[in-house]
Design a protein around this ligand. Structure first.
Ligand code: ACO
Length: 424
């Protein structure tokens, strides 16, 4: 690419390189900006800042497009297993049959948690939020990992164990005995068995539920440089371990503006259902009123200015799963009514606010029997391979540097420390 951008600053012209991605995305390379001009870019919230080049996920937010490694999300959700997507997102290509078989054997071999991790889980208060426990367990896994194992071994072990961690946290919260992993099942199927089997009893995996879980996991696998992926990269950039980096990513995901929104959506729909005084339209009006402090959870996105393709797939899947399971959830009709009202409202139309991935996922999780406070852990379960891919891409990059943004200081200029009696 020979194109350059010119910056006119303090009477001088500076030439900046322009970087163009394979899908035509354009970035102005400011790597040498400060060295050459003494100025930095100021972009709170990073809405215009590319922190890296990446070959993992492509999003065209204006047109509602999402590809993992070039493959459209709708094709992946329809045609392949979570294991295949996890393999591809981490190592770049969909596995051959032989590679997939070997990967599944490795996942089975690594699925059991160390006794110390099961013991740790049992020490948590049963009513503690599972995201806090997940974060702690991810960090603690490092203490039980082989220090001299290679990166791929750590990666496979982490993916293999995360379903056992999620299920163990669920059963611990319910005060039920923990079920260990079973070999030879799909990732989704083994997870469901560890969640719902009764000790000593055969557990028959419902293929419709297994397929729905598989789809949910795939839809959450990666989403380029969002808050949690960037956190994983940020921590990883100091050459902190995979475990430390993922644990930090779990913390970032927890917030209600990010993955925590799925829990908030369900709570919001529930309060609308139980509110005898206000209608759906009143809630839409509240969301438009800045002073109300209320936002339509599961709506809006930094990157999508069109319908989030994951939400489109999930909306259809919600109908399908609820029908198959014979579940009638009044929250689904409230969600659809809310969506319809918002999509016809000027406020949402002008700001291009559409349902995001979290808007419908909770209704499916609920139909599958997953408690509301576990929803964000379910997001993390799907997202783990994506975080790993982001961490690995950074770790494998010989040009990677520690993430260290700058700031424009707006505090006091230099002053002398007064004696204590002269303060205030
Ligand atoms: N309800 C009502 N108004 C909204 C909403 C919403 N859900 N989202 C954005 N807006 C409004 C803002 O008030 C703002 O209005 P203004 O221009 O009059 O000031 C405008 O739309 C732009 O919103 P920002 O907050 O500036 O957008 P930003 O890109 O910073 O935030 C975010 C994106 C955090 C997702 C936001 O839309 C939001 O809070 N949504 C609800 C929470 C949510 O669903 N999060 C999950 C996101 S998906 C994910 O992380 C997995």
């Amino acid at each position: 690419m020979t194109e350059k951008a010119t910056l006119h600053l303090n009477g001088n012209d500076y030439e900046l390189d322009v970087v163009v991605g394979t899908e035509g995305e354009v970035g102005i390379d400011t790597l040498k900006l400060r060295a050459n001009t003494k100025a930095i870019t100021l972009d709170p919230g990073y809405g215009n800042t590319g922190s890296c080049t990446s070959a993992i996920t492509f999003i065209d937010g204006e047109n509602g497009v999402l590809h993992y490694r070039g493959y459209p999300i709708a094709q992946l959700a329809e045609k392949v297993s979570f294991e295949e997507v996890a393999y591809m997102i981490v190592w770049g290509e969909l596995p051959t049959q032989a590679q997939l078989d070997a990967f599944k054997v490795q996942l089975d071999e690594q699925a059991m948690l160390p006794t110390g991790i099961y013991d740790l889980i049992k020490t948590f208060p049963r009513d503690a939020h599972p995201m806090g426990m997940t974060q702690a367990v991810c960090a603690a896994l490092e203490s039980y990992s082989a220090p001299d194992a290679d990166t791929n071994t750590h990666i496979i072990s982490f993916i293999a164990k995360f379903k056992a961690i999620t299920a163990a946290l669920y059963r611990h919260a319910k005060g039920e005995p923990i079920i260990y992993p079973t070999s030879g099942l799909s990732y989704a199927g083994d997870f469901l068995k560890m969640m719902y089997a009764r000790p000593g009893n055969d557990y028959e995996i419902d293929t419709a539920v297994e397929a729905a879980m598989n789809k949910l996991l795939i839809l959450h696998v990666d989403h380029e440089q969002n808050c949690s992926a960037s956190t994983v990269r940020m921590v990883g950039s100091s050459q902190a371990s995979l475990y430390a980096s993922i644990s930090a990513g779990v913390g970032a995901l927890w917030g209600p503006l990010h993955g925590g929104a799925n829990q908030r959506v369900l709570e919001m729909l529930d309060s609308i259902k139980n509110d005898d005084d206000r209608t759906t339209a009143d809630y839409v009006a509240m969301a438009k009123d800045r002073d109300s402090g209320f936002r339509l959870m599961g709506f809006g996105h930094r990157v999508y200015k069109n319908y989030d393709p994951r939400a489109r797939i999930l909306k259809a899947a919600t109908d399908e799963v609820l029908n198959k399971l014979g579940v009638k959830d009044p929250l689904l009709s409230i969600a659809k009514e809310l969506e319809q009202a918002a999509l016809e409202d000027d406020y949402f139309v002008q700001r291009k606010l559409f349902p995001n991935v979290d808007f419908y996922s909770g209704i499916i999780y609920r139909a599958l029997g997953i408690p509301v406070n576990m929803f964000t852990v379910m997001f993390a379960l799907g997202r783990l391979p994506g975080w790993i891919a982001q961490w690995k891409e950074l770790s494998d990059d010989p040009k990677a540097r520690i993430y260290r943004p700058r700031q424009i200081y707006i505090g006091e200029t230099k002053r002398d420390v007064p004696a204590i009696g002269e303060r205030g």
